[in-house]
Ligand binder design. Structure first.
Ligand SMILES: [Ca+2]
Ligand SMILES: [Ca+2]
Ligand SMILES: [Ca+2]
Ligand SMILES: [Ca+2]
Length: 463
C-alpha cells in the first residue's frame, strides 16, 4: 500500500472512530440524564427548587395531571402562576410550575426541573399530607357582648340636685365626688375610678359604692381629694364591671365636661380621660380688675447683683374656676418670657410662684410652680422696676410698678433677702398699684436665710 494512502485511510478511520465515540458519549449522557430525571436521583418531596414563585394554594388535577393554579390566593407575596401558557417563553429562572419548553433535555441550572416535570401526581412544593386550600387555621373571634348603658357627664344634674362631678370645680383641699349612672338598675357588681394629678405617672384606683336609685337609673359614687394648693389638674376615667358578663362587657367611660364616651378599651379611656375645662384668666388691663393678681416679690434677693437665679414673684388666683396660664407671659419692664406649660393651671384661691429656677437651694427652700429661667433677661432692679403678667395677646392681666419714690417699702430695696408683700387677704390688681399697700417681709421661710410667704397668703408683714 502506498504509504501515503495508508496514512489517509488510517486518518479517516481515526476520524470515524472519534465521531462514533462522540455520538456514544452523548447518548450515554442523555441516558444518564433521563434515568436521573425519572426519579433515581432524588426521592419525591420539596427541595425548594421553586423559590418564591411556588403557589402554595396550587394543585395538580389528578384527572388531567395538569397544574391548576389557585387565583383566589390571598397571599399577595405569592401571586398565582401564569395560566396563559406563554410562560414558557419567559420562564423565570428556577420556575418549574409548568412543563419546561426544552422537553426535559436541558442541562445545567434547570436540571432538577426535569425530574419534577415527570413526577406523577405530586403538587410542586405542597407536602402531600397538607390539604390544599384549607381555610386559615384561626378561629374567628366571638363578638363581644354589648357595652353597658352607663354614663358620667360631669355637668349633668344627676343624681338630682347635684352634678355628676360634684362640685364641678372643687376647692383646694376639698373632695371631688364622681357619680356614674347605669340603666336599668342592677346591671353592675362594682366599678373603679382611676384618677391622677398633673405630674403623677400612675393612677390612683378608688372603688365606687352604690349611692342611690332614681326611677330606672342607678347611681354609684367614688371620692378623691384635691391637693391643698392645686396647681395643675386631675384626670380620670371609669371602669364598670357587668353583673351579667354574657350579656354585657366591662365598660370604660371617658369624655369631656359635657359628654360621655364608652369603650371596650382601657387604653382608649386612659388616653382621653375626663379633665376639667380650663380657660385663660380675665384681664382688666393696667389698673382694671383681673383674676390673677401680683401679691409678693423678691426683688432684692440674697447676695449681690446679678441676683438671678434667686428672684421670684407670687400671684393670687381670684378666678372662680381653674385657669390656665399656658401661653401667657411674665416679665419685668425690659423683657417678657412666654409660659410654655399646659399643666400650669391655677385653681381658685391659691398663691403660685414664678421663680428663676426650680432649684430649692437657690429659692431658699421651696420649689416654685414655674421657672422663667436663670439666664432670662428678667432681673428686677432693686430700687424700682415693673412686674408684669400678660395674656398671650399681650393684654395686661396685672402689673406692679414699684419705686422708692411712690410709697413702696424702701427697706426692701436696701436690705437683702426680704420680699415685699401685698398687705391684704383680698388681693386686688388695682389696690396693688399703691405703694403703701405693700410691706417688707420679716418672717423667715424655708432654709431660714430669706424672708417672705412664698405660695401662701400674706402675713400682713407682721414680725
Ligand atoms: Ca440683693
Ligand atoms: Ca433684683
Ligand atoms: Ca396692678
Ligand atoms: Ca405670699
Amino acid at each position: 500500500m502506498d504509504p501515503l494512502r495508508s496514512l489517509r485511510a488510517d486518518t479517516r478511520g481515526a476520524t470515524r472512530y472519534t465521531f462514533f465515540m462522540d455520538v456514544s458519549l452523548r447518548r450515554i449522557a442523555l441516558a444518564l440524564l433521563v434515568s436521573f430525571a425519572a426519579g433515581c436521583g432524588f426521592p419525591e418531596g420539596d427541595y425548594g427548587f421553586n423559590g418564591g414563585n411556588a403557589d402554595k394554594d396550587a394543585a395538580v388535577d389528578p384527572s388531567t395531571d395538569t397544574f391548576v393554579p389557585d387565583n383566589a390566593t390571598d397571599d399577595t407575596s405569592n401571586p398565582p402562576d401564569d395560566v396563559t401558557g406563554d410562560e414558557a417563553a419567559v420562564e423565570e429562572p428556577g420556575s418549574d410550575a409548568e412543563p419546561d419548553s426544552d422537553g426535559g433535555t436541558e442541562v445545567g441550572p434547570d436540571a432538577p426541573d426535569v425530574g419534577q416535570d415527570t413526577l406523577p401526581d405530586v403538587p410542586p412544593d405542597v407536602p402531600k399530607d397538607v390539604p390544599v386550600d384549607v381555610p386559615p387555621d384561626v378561629a374567628p373571634e366571638a363578638p363581644l357582648p354589648p357595652l353597658l348603658n352607663v354614663w358620667h357627664i360631669p355637668t349633668n344634674p344627676e343624681p338630682p340636685t347635684i352634678t355628676m362631678r360634684n362640685p364641678r370645680f372643687p376647692a383646694a383641699g376639698g373632695n371631688v365626688n364622681i357619680y356614674f349612672g347605669i340603666q336599668p338598675i342592677g346591671q353592675t357588681t362594682g366599678a373603679n375610678l382611676y384618677w391622677w394629678w398633673s405630674g403623677e405617672t400612675a393612677p390612683h384606683v378608688v372603688a365606687f359604692a352604690w349611692d342611690s336609685n332614681n326611677g330606672n337609673n342607678e347611681y354609684w359614687k367614688a371620692v378623691f381629694p384635691m391637693p391643698a394648693r392645686p396647681v395643675g389638674t386631675f384626670r380620670y376615667y371609669i371602669e364598670v364591671t357587668p353583673k351579667f358578663p354574657a350579656t354585657n362587657s366591662t365598660t370604660w367611660l371617658y369624655g369631656t365636661d359635657s359628654a360621655t364616651n364608652t369603650t371596650y378599651s382601657k387604653t382608649t379611656a386612659s388616653g382621653s380621660p375626663y379633665k376639667p375645662d380650663v380657660r385663660l384668666p380675665t384681664a382688666g388691663g393696667d389698673g382694671g380688675v383681673s383674676e390673677i393678681v401680683i401679691t409678693e416679690a423678691m426683688v432684692n434677693a440674697r447676695g449681690g447683683t446679678p441676683e438671678t437665679p434667686k428672684e421670684w414673684f407670687e400671684v393670687f388666683c381670684g378666678a372662680p374656676v381653674p385657669v390656665t396660664l399656658d401661653g401667657c407671659k411674665v416679665g419685668d419692664a425690659a423683657a417678657v418670657h412666654t409660659i410654655a406649660d399646659p399643666e400650669l393651671i391655677l385653681w381658685p384661691g391659691i398663691y403660685a410662684v414664678f421663680g428663676n429656677t426650680m432649684d430649692q437651694a437657690n429659692m431658699d427652700g421651696f420649689l416654685p410652680d414655674y421657672a422663667y429661667g436663670s439666664t432670662s433677661s428678667i432681673q428686677f432692679a432693686n430700687t424700682g422696676d415693673t412686674i408684669r403678667v400678660l395674656l398671650p395677646s399681650d393684654t395686661l392681666i396685672d402689673q406692679v410698678v414699684f419705686s422708692s419714690a411712690t410709697g413702696f417699702p424702701t427697706a426692701v430695696f436696701g436690705t437683702d433677702a426680704h420680699s415685699m408683700q401685698h398687705k391684704t387677704l383680698t388681693p386686688s390688681a388695682v389696690d396693688n398699684d399703691t405703694g403703701t399697700n405693700w410691706c417688707q417681709s420679716l418672717k423667715a421661710y424655708g432654709l431660714g436665710t430669706s424672708y417672705g410667704t412664698p405660695q401662701a397668703k400674706s402675713d400682713l408683714c407682721a414680725p
